[in-house]
Write a protein that binds this ligand. Structure first.
Ligand code: SF4
Ligand code: ZN
Length: 738
């Protein structure tokens, strides 16, 4: 470590600790030590402090202790003559810095849960963390960049973030250079910044950079099972993040006329030292003293003086990221960073489907001879013939053929159409089957985007992702109203046929279940066993998806597991499945029951769509989805619950589940099935209503739907029991759960 940097970092740490002390003192004078302090919607208290100190900060007075600990980590500022051979003191000052920054940032929440200020989003709550975590897990995001400062021109700023978005790298932004921040430059250029576009502006001050590290810290605690406050926590976090979270800091602030010392402040050096504690290297366009030998970070700690044009590729190298850039012949950028982007009405050139016109998408298997590979036809008007602001019908008909292709895979591929099309910059796509809605933005239209480009995207992506099973693809795009109407009927018949077939498939019908170990990159002891009647808890993998995924890549995350001898029909336990999970969970699990919540239930990694939990007072279970931020009748929010059940451990009474499983005939059948459900978050209850009611009808208990409480009926166990008694809920009469 260069002594210049070490000196600056330690000096910066002293300044930030002082700033935290001053701010805290003022707030305590005004509010008193007993005033509660918390970030919204997290089970990890103030995560950085919780992680490094094991301290559960709940009131202002607690922060005084945190601050004392930070001070202990501060060493004296070394004189310039002193040579520091190792990073030790600097790293400690990095931790002190992060603690101080967390104090400063958390105090912004003293008056309420929402200090969002203009473009700045501040703290990331646990539900977003989990949602985005899944993308880091499945590789949709190779890593994240924390950008500090700004670029010389807005054009350069746009170029950098577009480059990162195209590589699917999540971008956090904090801090400024001489009063200017990159997020402000992007806002001037009307770039949409939020979690959906992978561009997250945390705050203008450098202290807001702590939010990206507390995101990393919680990922490690949520998915990696790292224990907060453990004596080794700091080391474990370092190892976890270094190996699994491919992040780097990009410190920008090149200006030929100004000495670098003015651009990279001591506070920034101190924050960088904090990031190095996580194994995140620093890359800069400014000439900082470089730190090349490796050790803490996998590669160099700091590399600097990099030209803006090269900074992304150098960062990617530095972090050892493997990224392939998509080459699709369309006139707009393409990448997962654009997947969640919306096209607002004012920015829209034309739209298809939605509530304005008929539209659907259908993917079907054909014989080889029927397909001319790569052929794209537009039947009806092209974008050039459409009126600005208009709504048009659209049918996207994709035909594929392949020696290894099976009809069952049609729906698996069809469901990916949404993701593929959405990844084009300036294109919005929602829904599936006959409820799709698309928009082309004015910007995309002016760059030359046309209907035929939907076809280009699909041909390229299907070939790329499904090369093992698809040999030929062709796409027909119908915009002619009569044609669309005519074809729609046929498509609906196909959808129905598929549903009947899949809906009729039971766990007893198949020999093999499938495993999914995709989440092991984050939760090393977790395995999902996916059956026809219980999909993966993330909701993204059905049994058919896993089967297709296995055919595509035998060495991928899914493989067939023979059920073998059935040990318990009702609870759902099989000998071979037990043996398999014992090996795959690294010996942590000996057995599990697919259909029980009370006895050896399936484990959870962290990306569950919903959590089912026993409500002892009601002799039943409640189900809460991740979008519900309110209180559940067991006195815990989704976040708190999620914090307790993730990480691949078995927790009787709790289980993470996919939404579809709630309507499955095998839903906790060991405990009596749907009859046990006493509470659901309202939005979830409405969302699954159709399938769920059909299942209740099968069971001959259609009236149960209205007997299930939501947050509008009860938020605590007493009120819930009152409600259940009033409506005569069957759970009250069922065999006791304990
Ligand atoms: Fe993760 Fe399970 Fe979903 Fe696979 S099925 S991605 S292991 S949650
Ligand atoms: Zn997972």
């Amino acid at each position: 470590m260069s002594k210049i940097i070490a000196t600056a970092a330690i000096r910066g740490a002293h300044q930030l600790v002082k700033q935290a002390e001053d701010t805290l003192g003022k707030v305590i004078d005004k509010k008193g030590k007993e005033t509660p302090i918390a970030y919204p919607n997290t089970a990890y208290y103030l995560p950085i402090i919780y992680l490094f100190l094991g301290q559960k900060v709940e009131k202002l007075g607690d922060l005084v202790e945190s601050l004392d600990e930070a001070k202990k980590l501060l060493t004296e500022i070394p004189s310039d003559k002193l040579w520091l051979p190792y990073l030790g003191d600097t790293l400690d000052s990095g931790v002190a810095t992060l603690i101080a920054e967390e104090i400063i940032e958390s105090l912004k929440f003293i008056d309420g849960p929402n200090p969002i200020n203009g473009i700045w989003l501040s703290f990331t709550d646990d539900s977003i963390l989990r949602l985005q975590g899944i993308k880091l897990v499945d590789g949709r995001m190779p890593g994240f960049a924390a950008i500090v400062g700004c670029t010389k021109t807005n054009e350069e700023a746009v170029k950098i973030v577009r480059g990162l978005q195209e590589r699917n790298i999540l971008v956090f932004m904090a801090g400024h250079t001489n009063g200017r921040a990159i997020a402000e430059q992007l806002a001037e250029e009307r770039i949409e910044m939020n979690w959906d576009t992978f561009l997250v502006p945390y705050g203008k001050e450098i202290t807001a950079a702590v939010h990206s590290l507390n995101f990393a810290a919680r990922s490690a605690m949520t998915f990696g099972g790292i224990e907060a406050g453990d004596i080794n926590a700091a080391r474990d976090i370092l190892l976890y993040n270094k190996d699994r979270v491919h992040a780097f800091v990009m410190a920008l602030g090149k200006d030929k006329n100004v000495n670098h010392d003015q651009l990279i402040t001591d506070e920034k050096y101190a924050t960088a030292a904090g990031a190095i504690n996580f194994g995140f290297p620093v890359i800069s366009d400014v000439d900082l003293p470089q730190i090349l030998p490796t050790g803490i970070c996998t590669y160099e700690h700091v590399i600097s003086g990099i030209k803006i044009d090269e900074i992304i590729s150098r960062a990617v190298e530095l972090r050892g990221l493997t990224i392939k850039l998509e080459e699709i012949p369309i006139p707009v950028p393409f990448g997962a960073g654009f997947e969640g982007e919306r096209v607002r009405k004012e920015d829209m050139y034309v739209q298809f489907g939605g509530k304005y016109a008929d539209a659907f998408e259908l993917l079907q298997m054909k014989s080889m001879e029927e397909i001319e590979d790569g052929k794209i036809e537009v039947i009806g008007p092209e974008v050039d013939d459409m009126k600005e602001g208009g709504a048009y019908p659209l049918a996207i008909v994709v035909e594929v053929a392949g020696r290894e292709f099976q009809q069952d895979f049609e729906s698996v591929l069809e469901r990916r159409i949404h993701e593929f099309i959405s990844c084009a910059n300036g294109i919005f796509h929602m829904g599936q089957r006959a409820i799709i809605w698309l928009r082309i933005s004015k910007d995309a239209q002016s760059k030359g985007f046309k209907v035929k480009h939907f076809g280009e995207i699909l041909v390229a992506k299907i070939h790329e992702e499904f090369t093992k099973i698809v040999d030929r693809v062709q796409v027909k795009l119908y915009t002619d109203e009569k044609e669309v109407k005519k074809l729609l009927e046929g498509a609906k018949a196909v959808y129905n046929e598929r549903d009947d077939k899949l809906g009729g498939m039971t766990d007893n019908d198949v020999e093999d279940f499938y495993s999914c170990t995709l989440c092991q990159s984050y939760a090393p002891n977790h395995v999902c066993i996916v059956t026809p009647q219980r999909l993966g808890l993330c909701g993204a993998y059905t049994w058919l998806d896993c089967k297709a995924s296995y055919q595509i890549n035998e060495h991928g995350p899914n493989e067939p597991v023979k059920k073998g001898e059935c040990l318990d029909e009702t609870k759902g336990q099989w000998k071979n499945i037990n043996d398999y999970i014992e090996v795959k969970s690294n010996g942590n699990l000996k057995k599990f029951n697919a259909y029980s919540i009370m006895e050896e239930p399936m484990t959870s990694c962290g990306c569950f769509e919903c959590i089912a939990a026993v409500v002892p007072e009601a002799n039943g279970v409640m189900i809460v989805d991740r979008d519900f931020t309110g209180m559940t009748p067991i006195g815990m929010t989704f976040s708190t619950l999620a914090g307790q059940i993730g990480g691949g451990v078995q927790m009787p009474g709790f289980t993470g589940i996919g939404k579809l499983y709630i309507s499955s005939p095998k839903f906790i059948s060991a405990e009596g099935g749907q009859k046990r459900i006493v509470w659901m978050s309202k939005q979830l209850k409405e969302e699954i209503a159709e399938r769920f009611k059909a299942q209740l009808e099968q069971l001959g208990i259609s009236d149960l739907y209205d007997k299930i409480a939501t947050e509008e009926d009860a938020e605590d166990p007493e009120k819930l029991v009152d409600f259940l008694q009033k409506v005569g809920h069957p759970a009250l009469e069922m065999e006791s759960l304990f």
